[in-house]
Design a binder for this molecule. Structure first.
Ligand SMILES: N[C@@H](CCC(=O)N[C@@H](CS)C(=O)NCC(=O)O)C(=O)O
Length: 223
């Protein structure tokens, strides 16, 4: 049986949602973040090869990296519902959003968050320098890339109910966490991005997502 090692307020929520959506038998072990560093605790790092969440174990297999875990689970437990078949119009959209989530959006959001934390945690005298540096990086690199992605998200969700089409797929499951993060911390507001917020509402009302959130018990985004 799959064991999901679930770190609170982390990307691991996607795996919990996926397992609930598939109705696969699984076990979940809950871990709190280290109260000081807000990183994964030592017990978690002992399980995860990269020290990061999510990670699953099943028999001799230990697997980290969100999208590797999603594909591993889908390979065994999905009949094609959550991963559109090759050759269908949904397939290209599915592949794009499934990979854009972990290849582009999530790294941009994580880097932005780390940079913001740097400005508040830097020693007092260095804070103005840190702020100027981070502001410059954001203006030249992170800001434009993030805006381009959020604009593309808004356009896509203006055309289709879910990211790949009319039905929920694993692309929505991986995008979901990043969308919550973008709304909470990266300026994806309801006025500029109404379709994105329509997606978030729809996701939060999905029964399998509600069940995952109940098992998680903490809420998704680290603030
Ligand atoms: N690319 C990795 C990123 C994993 C990652 O950075 N996870 C964060 C949780 S949102 C984490 O483990 N943070 C705690 C830590 O670094 O100790 C994936 O998709 O699994």
């Amino acid at each position: 049986m799959i064991t999901l090692h679930h770190l609170e307020k982390s990307q691991s929520i996607r795996i919990l949602w996926l397992l609930e959506e598939l109705g696969v038998p699984y076990e979940v072990k809950l871990y709190d973040r280290d109260p000081q560093t807000r990183l994964a605790p030592a017990a978690y790092k002992a399980v995860s090869p990269l020290g990061t969440a999510p990670v699953i174990t099943e028999g001799d297999v230990t697997l980290a990296e969100t999208n590797a875990i999603v594909d591993y689970i889908l390979d065994r437990h999905d009949d094609g519902r959550l991963r559109p078949a090759p050759g269908t119009p949904e397939r290209a959209r599915y592949l794009f959003w499934f990979h854009a989530s972990q290849g582009s959006l999530q790294p941009l959001l994580t880097n932005k968050f780390v940079m913001m934390a740097m400005t508040t945690r830097a020693p007092f005298l260095f804070r103005p320098i840190a702020k100027a540096l981070v502001g410059g990086l954001d203006k030249a690199f992170f800001g434009p890339r993030l805006t381009a992605l959020l604009t593309e998200i808004e356009t896509q969700l203006g055309k289709t109910k879910w990211f790949a089409g009319d039905h929920l797929t694993a692309a929505d499951i991986v995008m979901g966490y990043s969308m919550e993060l973008a709304a909470a911390r990266a300026g994806m507001d309801e006025v500029t991005y109404p379709n994105a917020h329509r997606f978030l509402k729809q996701m939060r009302e999905t029964p399998s997502y509600i069940r995952a959130m109940e098992k998680d018990g903490k809420g998704t985004v680290l603030l």
